[in-house]
Design a protein around this ligand. Structure first.
Ligand SMILES: Cc1ncc(COP(=O)(O)O)c(C=O)c1O
Length: 484
C-alpha cells in the first residue's frame, strides 16, 4: 500500500528542494507567444548571429510562422506564403498532412514505445520491409537514422567495407553535397562548409557527369573502391547527368568492382517523378540513401539502403554485425510509424505521378517566362518537382551607378539576381523559394509533391510580374527593402 501523507506531514510545496533550482527558462507557451523581434534577438544571441545577417538581407527574419498547412505557411499577420522552397525537398506531403498527423496521434494515444534498442521494433521492421519494396533490384538491406548526413555516413561505411580495399579511396563530384558531419564533409565539395577542418583525405574529385574523367581516376588507382554521386545535384544548382553517363558509371563500377553509392537524399522519394531519380536511367546502384521527406515532413528520419550482397560483405557475420548497429534514435518508434504512413500516402495519393505531371507544367510555364525575358533568365532545368531557374550573371551588365550599391549590400549577393528575386517574391508576392550552395544565380524550386496546377500558376504569375519590372527596378526595389 502507498504511504499517504498524514495531516502533520509537510506539504509538497514546502518540501526542501533536493536538486538544483530551476534555471530561468521559457515555457512552451512563452515560446509560442514570442514576437518576431525577440525571436531575432534570441537567434542572434544563442544560435547563429552571422546567419541572421543573411536572413535579414532576404527579409526572411520578418516572418513568424503561426501555422502551416498543405502548400502554405501562415504568418503572424495572417499572410499565406506559398511554399516553393519545400524545406529543400523535405515536404513531399506539404505541411501537416492530416493522414500523417493522425498516424502520429494514434501512436501517442496508444502509448507506443519509442526506443527499440533492447527489443525488436515492429515499426522499424515494417518500415525496412516497405523501403525494400519501394527499391529496385537487390536494394534490400535498410539502416535507419535521423538525418541525410547520417544515412550518407552509413552509406560510405558499408561501401568502404564491401569494396574490400584496405586503403579504400572514395571518388566524389565537383559541386557535390552529401552532408556536414565530418565523414561526409570530406566528400562534400564546398570549401565554405569544409571550413579548414581536418578531414578524411582518401578522396578524389571529378567533374560531375564526365564519364571519361571518372574512368581515368578509377583506372589510375586500384585503391579506388567507392564512387559517391548525387543522382541530381541539388546544391550544385539542379544539375543532371545523361542516361549514357549513368549506364557508364554502372558498367565502370562493375568492371572494377567499385561500389557505387547514389545519394538520393534530395532527389529521391518521388521528387523527380520516379521513386528514385536513378530509375529514369535504367540502372541500380549498390547503395543509396533517403532522408528529407522520408519522415513525412514531421519526423527526422533517414535510411541507407544497400544491396544484400554488399551489406553481407560488410557486416554479414556475428563478429562484424555490431560495427553497423544504429544510433540511439535510429529507427525510433514514432518516427518509423510516421514514415510507414508517409510511404503508404505517397503511393495512395499518387504523388510521384503528380510530381511528374505538375513538374512538367511548371517547367513549361518557366520556359515560357524564359522566352519572354531572355536577357534575365538563362536556363530552366530539372525534372518533376526539382527545378532550377538560372539567371544571367548581371554583375557586368548592371548600370555603373548601381554596382557599388549592390556590392556594398553584400559580397555574397553581388552579381546574383537570385537573392534579389527571392527577397521580392516573398515581400511582394508571398512566395518562398530556395537558393543553392554552389551557384548563386540559381533559384531552387522544390515545392511539395501535392503541388497543383493552380499553385504553379500562382507562382509563375508572380515571377512573370516581378521580372516584368526589369533588372534595374528589381535591384532598386531590393535596395529599398534594406533601407526600410
Ligand atoms: C544530396 C544530399 N545529401 C545529404 C544531405 C544531408 O542531409 P541532412 O541535412 O539531413 O543531414 C543533403 C541535405 O541537404 C543533401 O541534399
Amino acid at each position: 500500500m502507498l504511504d499517504r501523507p498524514t495531516a502533520n506531514a509537510p506539504s509538497l510545496d514546502a518540501a526542501p528542494r533536493l536538486g538544483p533550482p530551476k534555471p530561468d527558462m521559457l515555457t512552451l507557451d512563452q515560446a509560442k507567444a514570442m514576437d518576431v523581434g525577440t525571436m531575432a534577438d534570441v537567434f542572434k544571441e544563442h544560435i547563429n548571429p552571422g546567419q541572421f545577417h543573411f536572413m535579414k538581407l532576404l527579409g526572411f527574419h520578418k516572418v513568424k510562422v503561426e501555422r502551416a498547412e498543405g502548400m502554405f505557411y501562415v504568418d503572424q499577420n495572417g499572410r499565406k506564403i506559398l511554399d516553393f522552397f519545400g524545406g529543400f525537398g523535405s515536404l513531399a506531403f506539404g505541411h501537416n498532412h492530416p493522414r500523417i498527423l493522425d498516424a502520429r496521434k494514434t501512436f501517442q494515444d496508444e502509448k507506443r514505445h519509442e526506443i527499440a534498442i533492447a527489443f525488436l521494433s515492429q515499426y522499424a521492421a515494417a518500415l525496412a520491409k516497405n523501403v525494400a519494396a519501394c527499391s529496385p533490384g537487390e536494394l534490400d538491406m535498410v539502416f535507419l537514422g535521423s538525418s541525410g548526413s547520417e544515412a550518407m555516413e552509413a552509406a560510405i561505411k558499408v561501401a568502404e567495407r564491401a569494396s574490400g580495399r584496405k586503403n579504400c579511396k572514395i571518388v566524389h563530384a565537383e559541386n557535390s553535397f552529401h552532408g556536414k558531419t565530418k565523414g561526409v564533409l570530406s566528400i562534400t565539395d564546398s570549401p565554405l562548409y569544409k571550413g579548414e577542418f581536418k578531414l578524411v583525405d582518401n578522396t578524389y574529385r571529378v567533374p560531375f557527369g564526365d564519364l571519361a574523367a571518372l574512368t581515368a581516376v578509377v583506372r589510375s588507382d586500384p585503391d579506388v573502391g567507392v564512387v559517391v554521386l548525387e543522382t541530381v545535384q541539388g546544391g550544385g544548382g539542379i544539375v543532371e547527368a545523361t542516361t549514357e553517363y549513368w549506364q557508364g558509371v554502372r558498367a565502370l563500377c562493375d568492371q572494377h568492382k567499385v561500389i557505387w553509392v547514389a545519394d538520393e537524399v534530395q532527389c529521391g522519394y518521388g521528387r523527380t517523378g520516379r521513386f528514385y531519380a536513378f530509375e529514369h536511367h535504367g540502372v541500380v546502384p549498390d547503395v543509396t540513401a533517403l532522408a528529407k521527406s522520408f519522415g513525412g515532413g514531421k519526423a527526422a528520419m533517414a535510411a541507407m539502403i544497400a544491396r544484400r550482397d554488399v551489406y553481407m560483405k560488410a557486416y554479414g557475420t556475428p563478429k562484424t554485425a555490431m560495427i553497423h548497429a544504429h544510433a540511439t534514435f535510429g529507427g525510433i518508434g514514432e518516427g518509423c510509424a510516421t514514415s510507414i504512413e508517409a510511404l503508404n500516402t505517397l503511393y495512395d495519393e499518387d504523388l510521384i505521378g503528380n510530381a511528374e505531371v505538375v513538374g512538367a507544367y511548371l517547367k513549361e510555364r518557366l520556359q515560357a517566362i524564359q522566352a519572354k525575358y531572355p536577357s534575365i533568365v538563362k536556363d530552366v532545368r530539372g525534372r518533376g518537382l526539382m527545378v532550377g531557374l538560372e539567371f544571367h550573371d548581371f554583375s557586368q551588365t548592371l548600370p555603373f551607378a548601381l554596382r557599388p550599391v549592390v556590392a556594398l549590400l553584400d559580397d555574397k549577393l553581388k552579381g546574383s539576381l537570385s537573392g534579389f528575386i527571392g527577397a521580392l517574391l516573398l515581400k511582394d508576392y508571398d512566395c518562398l523559394v530556395a537558393f543553392t550552395e554552389y551557384n548563386r544565380n540559381v533559384i531552387r524550386l522544390e515545392p511539395p509533391l501535392i503541388c497543383s496546377h493552380e499553385n504553379v500558376d500562382q507562382f509563375c504569375d508572380a515571377l512573370d510580374d516581378l521580372l516584368g519590372r526589369g533588372i534595374v527596378s528589381i535591384v532598386k526595389d531590393f535596395v529599398k527593402t534594406q533601407m526600410g
